[in-house]
Design a binder for this molecule. Structure first.
Ligand code: ZN
Length: 151
């Protein structure tokens, strides 16, 4: 049974990002640096938001004045989000540790040329099987929905 690539809007967005990252970062070193920056920026942003939410929560707890109640985020939502962000930050920290191991690897100029060559072949292909397999991670819709083409 031939595997049809899903064409839902989530998947199409993923294909676009995926190809762009191969086209714009076609060497081993560039992929290392880009992925490192991507993990770091995610962590920086999550950490900042966590700090801010913690500050807001403690501010509310120490303030009996009801005048702050017009805020759109409830205390319940803040504490639930803080719990989730705490897990996310822990996962990102683990990924970062693994990324450091990946950074230990260096490849020669000749191998980098190979990377560029393969990147060239991969990026324009809209039906790349490796990408389709990867995208299952992000795919939200169940298998039964087939391809619902949202265009
Ligand atoms: Zn899909």
């Amino acid at each position: 049974m031939a595997q049809e690539p899903c064409q839902c809007s989530d998947c199409q967005r993923f294909y676009k990002h995926h190809d762009r990252l191969i086209r714009e970062f076609p060497t081993f070193k560039q992929q290392q640096e880009m992925n490192w920056a991507s993990i770091q920026s995610f962590r920086t942003l999550c950490t900042k938001v966590t700090d801010e939410l913690q500050r807001e929560l403690s501010e509310r707890e120490s303030n009996d004045n009801n005048s702050l109640e017009e805020k759109h985020i409830s205390e319940k939502e803040i504490s639930e989000t803080l719990d989730e962000l705490e897990s996310v930050n822990a996962y990102l920290y683990s990924i970062e540790a693994l990324m450091e191991r990946i950074f230990d690897t260096k490849v020669s100029k000749n191998i980098e040329s190979k990377f560029k060559e393969i990147a060239n072949e991969l990026a324009p292909d809209p039906l790349n099987m490796d990408r389709l397999i990867l995208n299952r991670l992000f795919h939200q819709t169940p298998d039964s929905t087939d391809k619902e083409n949202i265009s």
